[in-house]
Design a protein around this ligand. Structure first.
Ligand SMILES: Nc1ncnc2c1ncn2[C@@H]1O[C@H](COP(=O)(O)OP(=O)(O)OP(=O)(O)O)[C@@H](O)[C@H]1O
Ligand SMILES: [Mg+2]
Length: 473
């Protein structure tokens, strides 16, 4: 028995003890080896953990690096990928999986080794914080001599490119201001409610003169890239567009095309639902950058306030013909009404909204008004500087018709030369909106000839009507 003890059990115990000691020292040995390696190595490394000190939110730097490495030009070097579909994303998102290496050559020709790594936290304390599960981090290794370049130039560039990739992929949204339910909020008034913005409009499909279209696109591109310029001239980074023209000429479609072109969110402000200037200001402050704030049919929204003040004057006039006591009562009532009038958006409130002091609370915003009646608007509201660019959306002329014909019927001028010629002559004299023209082109998609003939007939009818009206005048 004693022999068995000394022959088997003691060596096994000794072996196990050795293993435990080794495991305990392993961490120290690893640390020591790391120190030695770092001392003699000519390479530096930077670690970017997924969760920073606050542990509840993913580190912005980590997310930017993830997007940077997931770019098509870099991700192909990884052998293992993972894919997910985020709630805000338009398409499947692939990123490099754990324990992968990607070698990147920067714009300046510097080689960097990126690693996606994981480790388990050292403590065994149970935690519900997402940052305390398996920890993920990116590590970048580069030659010591490039340390300054990596810190000052390369990493800021990584952040910029990563952010741009995130913005590019993000599903942009349409916000509308709808009344809050009284039960769910202490704050009265409307609040922004988002839905995914999925309007198919694009500049390519927009029927208008190609030169005007190009000018607008150039203007938008200049604005988007213009942060440096706006800073330099000391102007808030915002731009106002007034879109005016008859119904059905594509004003709302243009707003959607702009949003798709810029990949901005749209805040569709229903001005008549806004209680007062304070609420208007709050709504504006709640908007984010990279957005278009649009007030449709601005003439009608303002009309309401004009009518209200008209009513009040009328009431005052009537009261003067009544008895003194009645007049006193009326005055008291009017005073109440005056107080109530503070619950209306005023012109000056709107002007502040566009270019007031607090509009500098954040940049990269476009403000768009649409109207059928430019002449009805107060000149102060649309003067240059507030509404920087006035864009007239006009009736359908020949150039615009050609775009619609390509969109709706997939046909070109040379295929229907004669019919196109006749339509061209009529469109020069007859006012028909692109919406009406499009309606004729959509009626019989399989019979192009019938569509064009139908449009011709409609144009002749409008022409005759216009003649009759002219003769009557
Ligand atoms: N210039 C255009 N290019 C392409 N499609 C157009 C154009 N104008 C109008 N349409 C078509 O007509 C429909 C109505 O256009 P839209 O709502 O943009 O007109 P609008 O100018 O905003 O009219 P309103 O003044 O009544 O608000 C759109 O769905 C679109 O398909
Ligand atoms: Mg419209």
């Amino acid at each position: 028995m004693a022999e068995l003890w000394s022959a088997i059990v003691v060596p096994v115990l000794a072996f196990l003890l050795g293993l435990v000691t080794l495991a305990m020292n392993q961490a120290r040995i690893k640390l020591f080896m790391n120190k030695i390696t770092a001392y003699f190595s000519s390479y530096d490394r930077i670690t970017i953990p997924e969760y920073g000190a606050e542990r509840l939110r993913r580190s912005e730097l980590f997310v930017a690096v993830e997007a940077y490495l997931s770019d098509d030009t870099r991700i192909h070097a990884a052998r293992k990928l993972k894919a997910e579909l985020g709630s805000e994303e338009k398409k499947l998102q692939a990123s490099i999986d754990d324990d992968q290496e990607i070698i990147v050559t920067s714009d300046a020709g510097v080689t960097l080794w990126w690693y996606a790594e994981t480790e388990f936290p050292k403590s065994n304390v149970m935690s519900f914080s997402p940052g305390d599960e398996k920890r993920r981090f990116y590590r970048v290794i580069f030659h010591k001599s490039n340390r300054k370049y990596v810190l000052d130039t390369y990493l800021p560039e990584v952040i910029k490119k990563g952010r741009a990739a995130i913005a590019e992929n993000r599903q942009h949204r349409l916000f509308t201001n709808i009344p809050r339910s009284r039960s769910s909020s202490y704050v009265e008034g409307t609040c922004w409610t988002p839905v995914a913005f999925q309007h198919p409009a694009s500049f390519e499909k927009l029927a208008m003169d190609p030169r005007e279209k190009k000018a607008i696109m150039d203007d938008l591109n200049d604005f988007k890239e213009g942060k440096g310029y706006y800073d330099q001239v000391g102007k808030a980074w915002k731009r106002g567009y007034l879109l005016f023209g008859p119904p059905g000429t594509g004003k709302s479609t243009m707003v959607a095309a702009m949003a798709n072109h810029l990949k901005y969110d749209v805040y569709d402000l229903e001005l008549t639902a806004v209680k007062n200037n304070t609420e208007l200001r709050r709504l504006f402050v709640e908007t984010k950058g990279k957005s278009i704030i649009v007030i449709e049919d601005i003439d009608r929204s303002l009309d309401l306030t004009v009518k209200r003040s008209g009513k009040k004057k009328k009431a005052n006039k009537e009261s003067s013909s009544e008895s003194d006591s009645m007049t006193l009562l009326r005055k008291a009532d009017d005073k109440l009404k005056d107080d109530d009038s503070s619950t209306k958006v005023t012109l000056s409130g709107l002007l502040n909204f566009i270019d007031g002091l607090w509009s500098a609370c954040g940049g990269e915003r476009i403000i768009i008004f649409t109207t059928n009646n430019k002449d009805k608007l107060d000149p102060a509201l649309i003067r240059r500087g507030r509404m920087d660019k006035h864009i007239e959306m006009s009736y359908c002329r020949y150039e615009a018709f050609k775009v619609l014909a390509t969109n709706y019927l997939k046909i070109e001028e040379h295929q229907f030369f004669e019919l196109f010629g006749e339509i061209q002559q009529l469109l020069e004299k007859v006012d028909m909106s692109p919406a009406d023209v499009a309606e004729h082109l959509i009626t019989n998609k399989k019979d192009t000839d019938a569509c064009l003939q139908g449009l011709l007939a409609a144009l002749y009818i409008v022409k005759e009507k216009a003649k009759t009206v002219e003769a009557a005048q």
